[in-house]
Design a protein around this ligand. Sequence first.
Ligand SMILES: Cc1cc2nc3c(=O)[nH]c(=O)nc-3n(C[C@H](O)[C@H](O)[C@H](O)COP(=O)(O)O)c2cc1C
Length: 164
Amino acid sequence: MNPIFARTSVRQWTDEPVSDEQILNILKAGMQAPSAMNARPWSFVVVTNPELKKQLSEISPYSHFAADAPVLLAVLCHKDNACPPYNAIDMGICIENMLLEITAQNLGGVCLGVAPLKERMEAMAKLLKLKEDIEPYALIPLGHPAGPAKVQDRFDPKRIEWIR
Ligand SMILES: Cc1cc2nc3c(=O)[nH]c(=O)nc-3n(C[C@H](O)[C@H](O)[C@H](O)COP(=O)(O)O)c2cc1C
C-alpha cells in the first residue's frame, strides 16, 4: 500500500530498538526531497541519548511523550542556502518524506513543530549547541508502534474546484 494512505501520527512505542540502517533509510528519504533551486537546506541530528531526548521533549508542552521514543530526530535548516524564501516548503517536504519512509518500514513517528516558534527554536538550538546559521525546524520521535494505527480517510470533494 502507498504509505501516504497508511501514515498516521504515532506517539507511543515499544522498547524494541531501531537499527542504524533503518534510521539511515529514513534520512535518505528526507534528503531525496525536492527543494527550491535544489538548495537542500536540511541536516539532521540523531538522538538516542536518554538525557538529551528528555531535555528536547521538554521544549514544548505538546511533546513530552518524545522522551520515550527509541530515536529522536532533530531536523535542522541551514538558513544561508541557495533559496531561503522557500525554506519552509523545502523542510516540510523533507519531513513528510521521512514520515512516509517511517511508515513504509512499519515504524511510527510524528512531526513535532518547532519553527517558527522562537521560544522552542532557541531552546532546541541551545540543547544541540547549534551555530547561528542553523535553525531548528522540527523533532521526529520514532520507533516501533505500541499499538495498531488508526488511519482516517480525509478525502473531501468539497475542497476541489474543477475548471474545465
Ligand atoms: C507542523 C506540525 C506540527 C505538529 N506538532 C505537533 C506537536 O507539537 N505535538 C503532537 O503531538 N503532534 C504534532 N503534530 C502532529 C499533528 O497533530 C497530526 O499530524 C495531526 O493531528 C493529524 O494526525 P495524523 O498525523 O495522525 O494524520 C504536528 C504536525 C505538524 C505537521
